[in-house]
Design a binder for this molecule. Sequence first.
Ligand code: G1P
Length: 289
Amino acid sequence: MKPIKKAVFPVAGMGTRFLPATKVVPKELFPVVDRPLLQYAVDEALEAGIEQMIFVTGRGKDLIESHFDLAYELEHTMDSRSKDKTALRGTRLKPGNAVFVRQQEPLGLGHAIWCARDIVGDEPFAIFLPDEFMVGSPGCMKQMVGAYEKLGGNVVCALEIPMEDTPSYGVIDPGYRDGPVTEVKGLVEKPAAGTAPSNLILPGRYILQPEVMRILETQEAGAGGEIQLTDAMAQMIGKQAFHGLTFDGKRYDCGSKVGYVEANFALALAHPEIGADIREVAGKLLAES
Ligand code: G1P
């Protein structure tokens, strides 16, 4: 079984739900307290033993490249003042391990992943959707790599949500269940209300075999007129092992304003330096509102 050493991060989206904040700043660089969302996803990948990060970017996303580069002036100044640089951990990857490709047109998540095909090559790989923020110990991808080492094939993260929310997501048609593992018998992208095969959705973490790239090559547009990753994955079911893993931890949907503010609030409350102050401030604000 080949280990998972590469991860693809689709980060080309325009982030229209967060305008005007996203007019210049990529939403993936929005902080949750003090670390950018994308940094948390990279931290999660590094913890899982992944070495090469492949970012599928687009026009206007150049700041992402700078974030993962050496900030010479900053580091030099911090060194000369003997400042602690712990906060910068994971922001500079090993030379050659931060790769950037551009998706030229917004043709869908499946198309974005396919843009990374030559860099992924012929090995299994991970995908992270960075606005799905996963907090766990061990992290979500490390838990998934553990499941992959036992089950092989393809492992997707699975999450139970209220049935009425399923039309916004990729949904699993479940087979047998064994603790946190669910057999994936089918996948549907954004089912119409009342038609979802379960309330188990795909919250943006995947371990996939490279065959998915071959399928994406000719994948036709699906839900929303976009080339969907879910449709390509669905074609691998029955040919390769395919499982969902319900991860032990908390997920914040940072693609929505409520989820993003919730993540900031939760992490601020749990923060060793500011947690107590935030609790006090929050109590006052609630009392005044
Ligand atoms: C994408 C995927 C969907 C997945 C979701 C998770 O949808 O297509 O299968 O469940 O991310 O956030 P999007 O949010 O881009 O519409």
